[in-house]
Structure formats: C-alpha cells, structure tokens
Design a protein around this ligand. Structure first.
Ligand code: ADP
Ligand code: MG
Length: 250
C-alpha cells in the first residue's frame, strides 16, 4: 500500500448508494459511488452543486442516517468517534445562553471545564451570557463551532459554514475557521458549493457530480494557504470549472 506506515485516516467513507424512499413520492437517489478518506491533519473540502447529496453524505458519516449501502469507519455509533459537527443551521437551544448551549454538548463529567480559551479566539467572550435570539447568524455559527470544538474532535465537519452570511461576516468566520484549524490541528471535512471558499482553506478538494452525488475528481492544492490570493483563486476556479463542468459554476 502506498500509504503504509502513515497514520490511518481519521475517516474512511464508502457510500455505494443512498436512496430516499417514501410511500408518497418517487424514490430519490441521492448518492451513488462516493468513496473518500480524510487523512490525519488534512483539510478536505467536498464540493458539488446544490442538491447533489452533500448533506446526505454528512448525515451518513455522522451516523444520523443508516439507511444506505456502504460503510463508514470509524463506526460513528462508537463512543469516541471524535467527530465535531457544525450544521448549516446552528441548531442552538433558544432558551439557553451561549455558554449553556456549549456546556450542554459536553459529557456530564466535563461540563464544568474552563471555556475561556475556547470562547476568546472565536470572539464569543462578550456573548457568553446572551441568548441565541440576540445573535446574528454569523455569531450563532460561531457558537455552533464552539460547541463542536468543546468536544476536542479529531475531525471537524462543517456543512456550508459560510452560506447566507454577508461578505463581512463570511470573511470573519472564514478567518476564524482557518485560525482554529491552524491552532488546534485537527482534520477538517468541509462541504460547500462555493469553490472560492474551498480554495482558501483546503489541502485537498473532492469534486462531486450533481445528484446522485458521485466522486468525479480529486485535486490536491500545493500552494501554502497564505499564498492563495485573489489571482490564485480566480485562475484555479477557471481551470477547475473547465475540467469539471456542472460541478463548479463559472
Ligand atoms: P446538498 O446538501 O448537496 O445540497 P442534500 O444531500 O441535502 O443535497 O439533498 C440531496 C437530494 O436528496 C436532494 O434532491 C434533496 O431534495 C433530496 N433529499 C434530501 N433529504 C431528503 C429526504 N429526507 N427525503 C427525500 N429526499 C431528500
Ligand atoms: Mg446541503
């Protein structure tokens, strides 16, 4: 094996097929032939058009959907699978403060842990005692990120984390995510339909087709992240749009 001796991947996914079935509607085939690994310490971005089957894939690898053909390792049902998830919707409890929302995600024996080092770099310190309803969507996403990080995950999974934010809030959150992964060094799997976002952050791109999601390509990004300026992003976006029509909007 080419990667013999290397650390085992933090995640290994093989989805042969996922079909949504219901009595009232035609079956919807959401995924067909999507296999990939997330190596330790890598930032992997899964890119594909809206409605492709990306969120479906994330739900499967989190163990939230078990009705599919294939396998996920480590088994998400095992305790200590070490995956922290930030959903597109922040899913915060509205009647709990920011701090309570984060603490409630922790196992009981760790609920009293010190959270200063978690909140400060995310810019959440002034918001700890506020309720989610008082926060912008960008701030709510930061809370969702804090909640995922509080578990010290080996793998952080992000579903379209910057969607529906204005440019300023999106840029702030992007910088926070980049800083967080540099500081903490966990592996990341980020799903997006926005190639520019992925190019700013990823070590590796996985490109998936329109529904049913199928892996159509894999690209390693050689340039260190700080060197990825606007010109790099534009040139790479154009090259990938030509190579993967229908996956990347040009
Ligand atoms: P993406 O995240 O790439 O935008 P999704 O994984 O959310 O796409 O959805 C993929 C396809 O599966 C879409 O056509 C969507 O309408 C369909 N789908 C998602 N969830 C369900 C469900 N619970 N029942 C039926 N169809 C669904
Ligand atoms: Mg989605």
């Amino acid at each position: 094996m080419s990667d013999a001796g290397a650390e085992p991947p933090v995640l290994s996914v093989e989805i042969a097929r996922k079909v949504y079935r219901s009595r009232r509607a035609e079956p919807v085939e959401a995924v067909r032939g999507l296999a990939f690994r997330v190596p330790a310490g890598e930032i992997v971005c899964l890119i594909g058009p809206s409605g492709a089957g990306k969120t479906t894939t994330l739900r499967i690898l989190l163990g939230l959907d078990r009705d599919y053909e294939g396998s996920v390792a480590p088994d998400p049902r095992e305790a200590g699978a070490g995956v922290g998830m930030v959903f597109q919707e922040p899913r915060l409890l509205p009647w709990r403060t920011v701090e309570q929302n984060v603490r409630l995600a922790l196992p009981r024996e760790r609920r009293a842990r010190d959270l200063d080092g978690l909140f400060a770099p995310l810019g959440l310190e002034p918001w700890r005692d506020r309720y989610p309803g008082a926060l912008s969507l960008g701030m709510q996403r930061r809370v969702a990120l804090a909640r995922a990080l509080a578990l010290d995950p080996r793998l952080l999974v992000l579903d379209e984390p910057f969607v529906s934010l204005d440019d300023t809030a999106a840029a702030q959150l992007r910088a926070i995510v980049a800083d967080t992964v540099d500081r903490l060094g966990m592996s990341v799997l980020m799903v997006t339909h926005n190639i520019a976002e992925a190019l700013g952050l990823a070590d590796r791109l996985l490109l998936v087709s329109a529904r049913p999601a199928r892996l159509v390509g894999e690209e390693r990004l050689p340039v260190p992240r700080p060197a990825r300026d606007r010109a790099f992003v534009e040139a790479t976006r154009a090259a990938l749009a030509a190579r993967y029509p229908g996956v990347i909007a040009d």
